[in-house]
Design a protein. Structure first.
Ligand code: ADP
Ligand code: MG
Length: 233
């Protein structure tokens, strides 16, 4: 049952961010087309041609990366755990969610620990949890001028701490009480499955979630996960 509703929620979530990805992929394509035309139509020095080609390659690589991450997230969940770098998972998820933030006029701020953050986890599930929380934070900023989501990842004392904070609509006491129950949603297109799946997944990894939310001011989620043996040495 857990896997099933996680899968449904994922399909829903993946389809909700698809439109922003399509939109975002257009930009690099337009840029690459422009540079290729320039290269063909004008007599440019070799150096400049090389520079333009480098820009095209890096634009295409970034696009390829976003699309392959997106596709890997839409595959069915496998049930396994491995030592995995939370910092890397967070970066990959953010690349997929950045277009969604752009489309909603929400700024993203990121602060990372210096090195990798090893945890024992199912990487696909963890990315889904991150995507859920980041997506909720972005959606909380809907219609808020200067909407901002900030992410902060640190690793100390055997624990990874991830803070996801937004300056969006926040929650009332009553909403906070109902948070994480299946099908609780305040959104017209909401499933109310994202958080309950995420809470379960975090608990299964031996982690904890706490939150502080102020109605009409914003919300801060704090996720703590045990670092894996590899990191502890
Ligand atoms: P959905 O996003 O489909 O509504 P979730 O389980 O992800 O379902 O979230 C449930 C509800 O929790 C949301 O509808 C919203 O009311 C509330 N919520 C979650 N995250 C936030 C947040 N960052 N700010 C404000 N409300 C939130
Ligand atoms: Mg959600």
């Amino acid at each position: 049952v857990v896997i099933n509703y996680a899968q449904n929620e994922k399909v829903e979530m993946i389809s909700q961010v698809a439109a922003s990805l399509v939109h975002e992929v257009r930009n690099p394509l337009t840029a690459v087309k422009g540079f290729l035309k320039l290269i063909r139509e004008s007599a440019l020095e070799r150096d400049r041609v090389h520079r333009y080609i480098d820009i095209c390659v890096s634009e295409l690589e970034r696009t390829e990366y976003i699309l392959s991450e997106y596709l890997s997230m839409s595959k069915p969940l496998k049930d396994h755990q491995e030592s995995t770098d939370l910092r890397h998972l967070l970066r990959a998820t953010l690349e997929v969610m950045r277009p969604y933030a752009n489309m909603n006029n929400v700024g993203l701020e990121e602060h990372y620990s210096a090195g990798p953050v090893w945890i024992l986890a199912n990487p696909e599930k963890t990315k889904q949890v991150l995507m859920n929380l980041i997506k909720n934070a972005i959606e909380a900023c809907y219609d808020i001028p200067d909407g901002k989501v900030s992410l902060d990842l640190t690793a100390t004392n055997g624990k990874a701490t991830l803070i996801i904070e937004d300056n969006g609509i926040g929650m009332t006491e009553d909403q906070i009480d109902r948070l994480g129950s299946v099908f609780f949603s305040t959104k017209s297109k909401g499933t109310g499955l994202g958080l309950s799946f995420s809470y379960q997944a975090i608990r299964a990894m031996g982690g904890t979630v706490s939150l502080k939310s102020v109605h009409r001011a914003g919300t801060r989620f704090t996720i703590m996960l045990p670092l894996s043996e590899q990191a502890a040495g």
